[in-house]
Ligand binder design. Structure first.
Ligand SMILES: *Cc1c(COP(=O)(O)O)cnc(C)c1O
Length: 354
């Protein structure tokens, strides 16, 4: 029986996406060949890559607005370096809202002057740090829109005149937003988009010539954009699976549709965290993520009662990250309302038994 999958990533995907991907491994669209044994230069795969790029921009409301959607390898972690390589000439500003931001800062420092404009490290990143004045002389401002480990998420974007760059690995395609506010954003696929092995980068064409340094081909956004994500062999299976998932999102009301569902699931779980006297939420209430709900037991010894309850209910992947402890319910697009309700039922049952 399929489990209720609350894993933070790689994570739950819609059943029909997994079935479609599995089918294409056996044979792609009745062409007599598997998806993973055809040339990436074949007309079949070219069509897949094109649709994956076009549909990404369409869902994000960025069609015809001077953006490119490119599919790369190396994960979000490679983007920590690549953004700086392509955009950092003099000075960049970073907001440090967690482990991933901290890593992004470390990589950017290799290439230039980096200012940490704000940090929530003082409280183990349980809130989104505010910046009241963002200097105008930055090459760009980098934020992490959703902090997967700590369960915080930007509800409002910082107001700035400098190019805005974001790591959206764990909340891309999860909610409607004015994506044209960003000059560049990226996401490793394995949270809310598809399997691991591919990273989506959405980039405004105006950033292609921002720096004077020579950029190695594999690290150049322009090189990858100009070649339609085909500069070298792309990860064909993850790209195809992402495309199936983007189609699923389109068929489920686009970002408005999945966003409304995500808000409902998040509310259901947070309401129970707040109501149940045996739990406390980890993240600051105003900054709570609709993708990763982090919570702890008031009395940690109660884990001996709570853990068997959710294990027996066929729930998987609920343990919190080691830096936060407790529990983390990752409630990405594909997690069903039924799974969210199952968790809430376990929390109520635990209250009766503890
Ligand atoms: C998981 C995650 C990363 C790391 O992604 P990789 O693809 O493993 O490099 C970076 N940022 C955020 C916000 C994440 O959730």
């Amino acid at each position: 029986m399929k489990k209720h999958n609350f894993s933070a990533g790689p994570a739950v995907l819609p059943e029909e996406v997994i079935e479609g991907a599995a089918k294409a491994i056996l044979e792609l669209d009745n062409i007599g060949l598997s998806l993973i044994e055809i040339s990436h230069r074949s007309s079949e795969f070219k069509a897949i890559m094109e649709e994956a790029g076009d549909l990404a921009l369409k869902l994000l409301g960025l069609e015809g607005k001077g953006y490119k959607a490119i599919y790369l390898q190396g994960g979000a972690s490679m983007q920590f370096l690549m953004t700086a390589y392509n955009m950092l000439q003099f000075k960049a500003g970073y907001i440090n809202s967690g482990t991933w931001s901290t890593k992004a800062i470390k990589e950017a420092k290799i290439l230039g002057n980096v200012v940490e404009l704000a940090s929530s490290k003082d409280k183990n990143f349980n809130y989104i740090p505010k910046v009241y004045e963002i200097p105008n002389d930055l090459d760009y401002l980098h934020i992490t829109t959703n902090n997967t480990i700590f369960g915080t998420q930007y509800k409002e974007l910082p107001k700035t005149n400098v190019p805005l760059v974001a790591d959206m690995s764990s909340d891309i395609f999860s909610r409607p937003l004015d994506y044209s506010k960003f000059d560049l954003f990226y996401a490793g696929a394995q949270k809310n988009m598809g399997p691991s092995g591919v990273t989506l980068v959405v980039v405004k064409e105006t950033i292609f010539n921002m720096v004077k340094r020579e950029i190695p081909s594999m690290l150049s956004y322009k090189v990858h954009a100009d070649s339609g994500s085909m500069f070298n062999t792309p990860p064909v299976f993850p790209v195809y699976t992402v495309l199936l998932n983007l189609r699923w999102i389109a068929n489920n009301g686009g970002l408005e549709g999945v966003g409304a569902q995500n808000d409902k699931k998040a509310k259901l779980i947070y309401d129970e965290i707040d109501r149940n006297p045996l739990f406390e939420g980890f993240a600051n209430t105003d900054d709570r993520s609709a993708m990763n709900a982090t919570f702890n037991l008031i009395d940690e010894s109660h884990a001996a009662v709570f853990d068997p309850i959710w294990n027996n209910a066929n729930i998987s992947g609920l343990k919190g990250h080691r830096s936060v402890g407790g529990y983390r319910a990752s409630i990405y697009n594909a997690l069903s309302m039924e799974s969210a309700q199952t968790l809430v039922n376990c929390m109520k049952e635990f209250e009766k038994n503890a």
